[in-house]
Structure formats: structure tokens, C-alpha cells
Design a protein around this ligand. Structure first.
Ligand code: AMP
Ligand code: ZN
Length: 113
């Protein structure tokens, strides 16, 4: 098994603040929130990054995004929100398990830094 922080969070061996879970997905609060709502939505399957996603992962990737929208609705983000996937070094990825950031609750700037 890969030595992976988010796999350990999914397995429950590292604690997290759960927001949502289903058969394919686990979502939890980011430990270093960049907005009033900052949730990470991850596939239970270890996929190192978007660059490692295979055709068989297409449905799971779509599901992560509809889960993000459901969480955003549940958290009252009616004014909008942002979903982000950081990929690789230049993309700012620091944990090598694919995840969607859901950010909301404040006005977000564009372009990002
Ligand atoms: P990224 O930089 O896109 O790979 O995002 C990784 C995110 O994981 C960062 O926003 C971190 O704050 C967050 N993070 C790191 N460790 C934990 C943890 N133990 N629990 C929750 N979030 C974490
Ligand atoms: Zn993992």
C-alpha cells in the first residue's frame, strides 16, 4: 500500500473532520482553510494526481464534482464557490492523492497566484 496521508485519513488512522462520505468518496475540512468553507473531496481509490487518472476513473472524477456541488448547496454557498484541483509541482500540489478543493464563503480573486 502507498504511504499516503489522504489514504490514512480515509482509513481513519489519521483523524479528520468529516463532511461527507459515500462508497467512492470521502470529504473533510481542510486543516489550513483558505476560505470560510474549505473542504477537500477525495476518491477512496488512491489516484496520485489528475495526471495519473485513467479512463476507468472518469465517472469517479465526475462524481467528485457533483459531490462538491451538493456540499456547497448544503453549506449555503448560494452566491458561488470555487472548485480547484492542483496538479504537480507547478500546480501547487502538496499531497499526492487526487483531491478537489471546495472553497467558498468569501469573494475569491482571479487569477490565482
Ligand atoms: P494541495 O496543496 O492541493 O495538494 O492540497 C493539500 C491540502 O491538504 C492543503 O490545503 C492542506 O492544508 C491540506 N491538508 C494537509 N494535511 C491535512 C490534514 N491532516 N487534514 C486536512 N487537510 C490537510
Ligand atoms: Zn492515497
Amino acid at each position: 500500500m502507498v504511504d499516503c496521508l489522504f489514504c490514512k485519513i480515509i482509513a481513519g488512522t489519521i483523524p479528520s473532520s468529516k463532511v461527507y462520505e459515500d462508497e467512492q468518496t470521502y470529504a473533510f475540512a481542510d486543516i489550513n482553510p483558505q476560505a470560510p468553507t474549505h473542504v477537500l473531496i477525495v476518491p477512496r481509490k488512491h489516484i496520485a494526481s489528475l495526471d495519473h487518472a485513467a479512463p476507468e476513473d472518469i465517472a469517479a472524477l465526475g462524481h467528485l464534482h457533483t459531490v462538491a456541488a451538493d456540499i456547497a448547496r448544503g453549506q449555503g454557498l448560494a452566491n458561488g464557490y470555487r472548485t480547484v484541483i492542483n496538479t504537480g509541482e507547478d500546480g501547487g500540489q502538496t499531497v499526492d492523492h487526487l483531491h478537489v478543493h471546495l472553497l467558498g464563503g468569501r469573494s475569491l480573486h482571479w487569477p490565482p497566484g
